[in-house]
Design a protein around this ligand. Structure first.
Ligand code: ING
Length: 303
């Protein structure tokens, strides 16, 4: 038996400052319509898919900062995307900046949602691994202020039963940590979805610049193979407000092989029919029940 999920990884080109949310949503709907016309079951958008990646610059004024966040999801500006998806019965992953004002203090998260073919939000992830710094580094060509603009996610890594399988989510820097894939795979994840904004240079480590693309692929190919799952990773690519970001939107099989990858730094659909049953053989090779021995690994504090 095969459980094919035809997936469109919807790479986004830059979103310039000053472009309205409505305009961005229209761009997302265009990609969704193309994916649906191609018979896709799922379209995956990027991290912070509605706005420029604002952690790349210093923002003092809280009101100015707030404009990049969504108070509710869906909301009137994003609703047309939900409507277009439900009308075409295509599920989607959407990354955005979340401002949660329901509690005793405002909380800010780098968030993604999974919406099923009926247009219902079935899952939510809040990015756990926040890279970069909270201090202003004016000598750097750009900032990475996720530690200043977001809290670490408080929802853990979760999976949801949809699209005929077990689906997990993460966001950007989460993909560089082996725990992400293992914690999801221990919950049965067969397909892991993620978006990212990844500069093609690291100001503090110029010696790594030549390895940015290699490291991006390495962590996901290893994660896919060692955990027997599909990985769909979607870039916000190109030069966005002066920051040059990688593309390499990629669909990776449980074998660890790259099955499809973007060729541009703009809006581009990368489509592949993912057979979720391909994970079975690798889950036999990496049989967590039969082969993993956590109690033999030695005592690791806070493991
Ligand atoms: N961006 C980058 C990422 O994890 C980074 C930050 C780049 C960290 C390269 C380490 C090395 O892809 C986000 N938004 O997490």
């Amino acid at each position: 038996m095969t459980r094919i999920v035809k997936i469109a990884a919807a790479q986004s080109g830059p979103i310039p400052l000053g472009v309205s949310r409505e305009t961005v949503v229209r761009r997302l709907i265009e990609k969704l319509q193309a994916a649906a016309a191609d018979g896709c079951d799922l379209i995956v958008f990027s991290e912070c898919a509605l706005t420029p990646f604002f952690p790349h610059w210093w923002i003092e004024n809280e009101e100015e900062l707030d404009q990049y966040y969504e108070l509710r999801m869906p909301n009137p500006v994003v609703q047309p995307l939900f409507d277009a998806a439900a009308a075409r019965q295509i599920a989607f992953y959407l990354g955005y900046a979340e401002l949660d004002v329901a509690g005793d203090r405002p909380r800010r998260f780098n968030t993604s949602i999974l919406v099923d073919k009926a247009g219902a939000i079935v899952g939510k992830h809040r990015k756990i691994h926040l890279p970069g710094h909270a201090d202003h580094r004016p000598d750097n060509p750009f900032q990475n202020l996720e530690k200043r603009y977001f809290e670490s996610g408080d929802l853990g890594f979760q999976t949801w039963s949809t699209l005929g399988g077990k689906v997990g989510m993460c966001i950007c820097n989460d993909r560089r940590w082996p725990e992400t894939y293992r914690v999801l795979a221990l919950q049965g994840a067969e397909l892991i979805l993620l978006g990212y904004n990844t500069p093609d240079n690291i100001p503090e480590h110029p010696e790594m610049d030549r390895l940015v693309n290699f490291h991006h692929q390495l962590c996901m190919q290893a994660g896919a193979y060692q955990n027997g799952c599909w990985i769909v990773a979607v870039a916000k690519a190109g030069v966005e407000e002066g920051v040059s970001q990688i593309g390499l939107t990629t669909i990776i099989a449980p074998s660890g092989e790259i099955k499809a990858q973007s060729q541009s730094l703009g809006d581009e659909l990368v489509v592949f029919p993912c057979d979720l049953d391909e994970s079975i053989a690798y889950r036999e090779l990496f049989d967590f029940q039969a082969n993993r021995r956590p109690h033999h690994y030695g005592l690791i504090a806070e493991s």
